[in-house]
Design a binder for this molecule. Sequence first.
Ligand code: MG
Length: 226
Amino acid sequence: MPSFCDQEQIRRVVVFDLDDTLYLERDYAISGLAAVGVWAGCQLGLTGLGANMLARFQRGERTGIFDAALAELGHPASPDLIGSMLAVYRQHRPRISLTPDAAELLDDPPRETAFAIITDGYLDAQRRKLRALKVGRRGVRLAVCTDRWGRDAWKPNVRAFEHVQQAFGLGPDRYTYVADNPAKDFHAPLRLGWQTVRVMRPERLHQAIRPGDVEADRTILDLWQL
Ligand SMILES: [Mg+2]
């Protein structure tokens, strides 16, 4: 397969994770919960659901938000309704933007460096995020959603990383993966011999380190430090 690097001088490929690496996942959750709230108001005549869910998220609740908010409003939470709410959440048009450090870096790549993305999550949702962030127009050559090959291909599976390596055709030591979550992000690239960098944004959602987590070679607080 002809690679990106056949035609031009690319000596290094920096591959980014998406959620909490290039934008704040918190903003996506807020945008999605608001969309579900609007939908519930129109479709179910339920007022106040959006505000209730957002307040829960802001208080630090991360699971069971739909059920808890419906219960508080006295509305039965049938599996069908929860399924519809999840679909609205994943299919809404997200109101998110790149963090300033990410925007600056993507718009002005260092010499002989190419950018790519590997992101996990439901295909529909991740594609909508990529579109909202306009990464294709900002110097990202290749964006890979692991879910295009199904749930088994999500990180820490190595498949997306091998795909990117083939697409650019450079040796493994020429790649760096920049991501936030030691629970799944660094296993595969380290196995392939890539460099790894963990970005620890203070506002990120995944904070705790657990047994089985794999740390990156280097840790930074934002992409200005890259
Ligand atoms: Mg992430």
